[in-house]
Design a protein around this ligand. Structure first.
Ligand SMILES: *[C@@H]1O[C@H](CO)[C@@H](O)[C@H](O)[C@H]1NC(C)=O
Ligand SMILES: *[C@@H]1O[C@H](CO)[C@@H](O)[C@H](O)[C@H]1NC(C)=O
Ligand SMILES: *[C@@H]1O[C@H](CO)[C@@H](O)[C@H](O)[C@H]1NC(C)=O
Ligand SMILES: *[C@@H]1O[C@H](CO)[C@@H](O)[C@H](O)[C@H]1NC(C)=O
Ligand SMILES: [Cu+2]
Length: 348
């Protein structure tokens, strides 16, 4: 703990006591408001960007003997995600696990980096026809950086059409951002990679791909998602899209449409767009839940193994979720309502 924190401790404790009494009632008025990136003012976007740079300049909490590739506070989150990748994707844990992961990240930005805002999101259809021209990825100083340099031979997912980049990001605030672990593009999606936490510093690469986003992050897809009659259909659309094709859902497609690091199932957290993307996924779930609270605050489906592997139990409200050293054990039931318990936020 830094000296400043120790000096502020009594004050913080007093404030916390006051807030938690008031905080027992999370209301629309008191809830944190998460907004779309494009609706933030330029100053608000710069504040978020500064907070990301701060996490990348802050020492990690994981120890380097066990996790040689963890060099920054941001890397704590990359490593935790790598660690649990085989249990938190394309299954019943995807939504509740990432809901808390976003909460821990947002809290770190605010408490460790002085960020005053909340986690922004990326509404996929808003730029699905023009990623590189959008406020998210236009490469301006208020963007999350732009495309990678064109590289014909860049490693990529060969099941998808080629994107427009492939090399290192060369514009915007993250052109010098270093990714310390991975890449695991070739790693099979069902086996933990060798040297998962090895130190391998490399540039942030991207391969923007509107040929992917235009069909699987379209307004039709989000409309169908919100119209899903039950959680099984909701999750099937997230994972497989409208045509029911493996990896063609809006979750995987938004990863793939940014490409390279962001398209890396394991290490995607190293791309600054990761949390905006997952926050939109969380927003879709929250909007869907709000439409029928009685049923949907308890609706779950799938196992806790990747691709709903039957080798793992079906999730229930009592399923525990772990976050390495980043947080205590949380239960799925604690993540079913964004305005209850440790959660108090809403989407605008
Ligand atoms: C990886 O998972 C194990 C088991 O939950 C945990 O003890 C360890 O702290 C985790 N490490 C990271 C980096 O998440
Ligand atoms: C990236 O590094 C170069 C060389 O040190 C520097 O000129 C440039 O301003 C840096 N860009 C950003 C966005 O930090
Ligand atoms: C969920 O809804 C689909 C239609 O989208 C329906 O075919 C299916 O039987 C429903 N499943 C459950 C478990 O209710
Ligand atoms: C989840 O959905 C699948 C497909 O509809 C079904 O076979 C399974 O029994 C469901 N699990 C639960 C716990 O409802
Ligand atoms: Cu993930």
């Amino acid at each position: 703990m830094r000296l400043l924190d120790i000096a502020l401790l009594p004050l913080i404790t007093a404030l916390w006591a006051t807030c938690s009494v008031a905080g027992q009632q999370c209301t629309r008025e008191t809830a944190n408001v998460r907004k779309e990136w494009a609706t933030l003012t330029p100053t608000e976007r710069l504040d978020y960007i500064d907070a990301l740079h701060c996490l990348a300049d802050t020492p990690p909490t994981y120890d380097q003997a066990t996790y040689p590739g963890v060099r920054t506070r941001w890397d704590d989150f990359v490593a935790t995600h790598i660690n649990y990748t085989l249990n938190i994707h394309f299954n019943g844990l995807l939504l509740p696990w990432h809901r808390n992961f976003i909460r821990i990240w947002e809290t770190a930005l605010r408490e460790e980096c002085g960020y005053k805002g909340y986690q922004p999101y990326w509404d996929w259809p808003s730029n699905s026809l023009d990623l590189a021209g959008s406020p998210h990825f236009d490469g301006s100083e208020t963007s999350l950086s732009g495309d990678g340099e064109y590289d014909e031979s860049a490693e990529r997912d060969l099941s998808l059409p080629k994107g427009t980049g492939g090399g290192c990001v060369i514009s915007g605030p993250f052109q010098n951002h270093t990714v310390n672990m991975g890449p695991f593009y070739d790693a099979p999606g069902n086996k933990f990679p060798d040297d998962a936490f090895a130190y391998n510093p490399h540039c942030l690469r991207r391969d923007l791909n509107t040929r992917v986003s235009s069909y699987c992050n379209s307004p039709d897809v989000t409309a169908a998602l919100l119209a899903a009659p039950n959680i099984t259909t909701f999750q099937t659309i997230i994972d497989k899209g409208l045509l029911g094709v493996h990896l063609n859902g809006p979750h995987g497609c938004a990863h793939a449409s940014v490409g390279s690091v962001m398209g890396d199932l394991w290490a995607a957290v190293a791309d600054p767009a990761f949390f905006l993307h997952h926050t939109n996924l969380d927003r879709m779930w929250a909007l869907w839940q709000e439409m029928d609270e009685g049923t949907r605050r308890v609706a779950l489906n799938g196992s806790s193994g990747i691709y709903n592997s039957p080798d793992w139990p079906e999730v229930t409200l009592d399923t525990p979720m772990v976050f390495g050293e980043l947080d205590e054990v949380r239960y799925i039931r604690d993540m079913m309502d964004p305005m209850d318990g440790v959660l108090c936020y809403r989407y605008e």
